[in-house]
Design a protein around this ligand. Structure first.
Ligand SMILES: N[C@@H](CCC(=O)N[C@@H](CS)C(=O)NCC(=O)O)C(=O)O
Length: 240
């Protein structure tokens, strides 16, 4: 059987991908022991207009969570077996907090602040042919600004928005405590999301207050532990 094909964007800042959702899906596949091949994708060719997406049954499937739930059924993956109902509910709340809240704070930090724009421009322009990057990048920024206002994060002051992200990181730190993984000694599916969002922020090369919070010692130890076991060959930039 051909290995699963995962479409992402590009490696970024020493992490496997610009998109935390791609890092999540790849990390989850590694937790689950499912071999895969990674290719550069394009949101315009994605079934839901977003990365990641995969090839499956001769077609394409989008959304990291729907993909991993489908693969869990097909391959009888037992990663989340034996969790208590409270653990499963906490895992869901953490995942949604990061994917539906922290994600937008990360987008804002990367795309909408004066202090990070040069870095963002320099890194992300590789996604486009050189002649059109100066045209597309500001358009993308404008679209992300509009989305940030629609979502809500763009209506707050920078301090308010970052304060919420920092409080979310503190919540993750509290739940993790001194355990190796969020719920004990073995990774659960939610650890893939937590790992992805943490490395995406920890390795961002502009040291905002959110980046500093994500680099709290216990959170760094957590990502280092997962990286060592599941991403041994991946370069990680800042602070490694
Ligand atoms: N719920 C989706 C979110 C994926 C997502 O937001 N992907 C972003 C990159 S981080 C994307 O492809 N954006 C392209 C666009 O909006 O045009 C998942 O879990 O896969």
């Amino acid at each position: 059987m051909d290995p699963l094909v995962v479409y992402g964007s590009r490696p970024a800042w020493g992490t496997p991908d610009f998109s935390p959702f791609v890092i999540k899906l790849e990390t989850w596949l590694r937790f689950a022991g499912i071999p895969y091949q990674r290719r550069n994708g394009n949101p315009m060719q994605a079934p839901k207009g977003k990365i990641p997406y995969i090839e499956i049954d001769g077609g394409k499937m989008g959304d990291s969570q729907l993909i991993l739930e489908e693969l869990t059924r097909r391959h009888n993956i037992l990663l989340d077996q034996g969790m208590s109902t409270v653990e499963a509910a906490t895992a869901r709340a953490v995942r949604r907090m990061l994917e539906e809240g922290m994600y937008f704070a990360t987008l804002r930090m990367r795309w909408l602040e004066d202090e990070t724009w040069d870095e963002q421009y320099k890194a992300f322009k590789v996604m486009f042919p050189a002649p059109i990057a100066p045209i597309v990048m500001p358009l993308l920024r404008r679209r992300i600004r509009g989305n940030a206002v629609a979502q809500g994060i763009g209506r707050h002051t920078r301090e308010e928005a970052y304060g919420m992200a920092i409080a979310d990181l503190a919540a993750v730190e509290e739940i993790l405590g001194d355990k190796p993984y969020l719920f004990g000694t073995a990774p659960r599916s939610v650890d893939a999301t937590v790992y992805a969002f943490l490395v995406a922020i920890q390795n961002y090369p502009v040291n905002t207050s959110v980046v500093a919070a994500a680099n709290a010692p216990s959170l760094r130890a957590y990502t280092a532990r997962i990286k060592e076991k599941y991403w041994p060959a991946t370069e990680m930039a800042a602070g490694e």
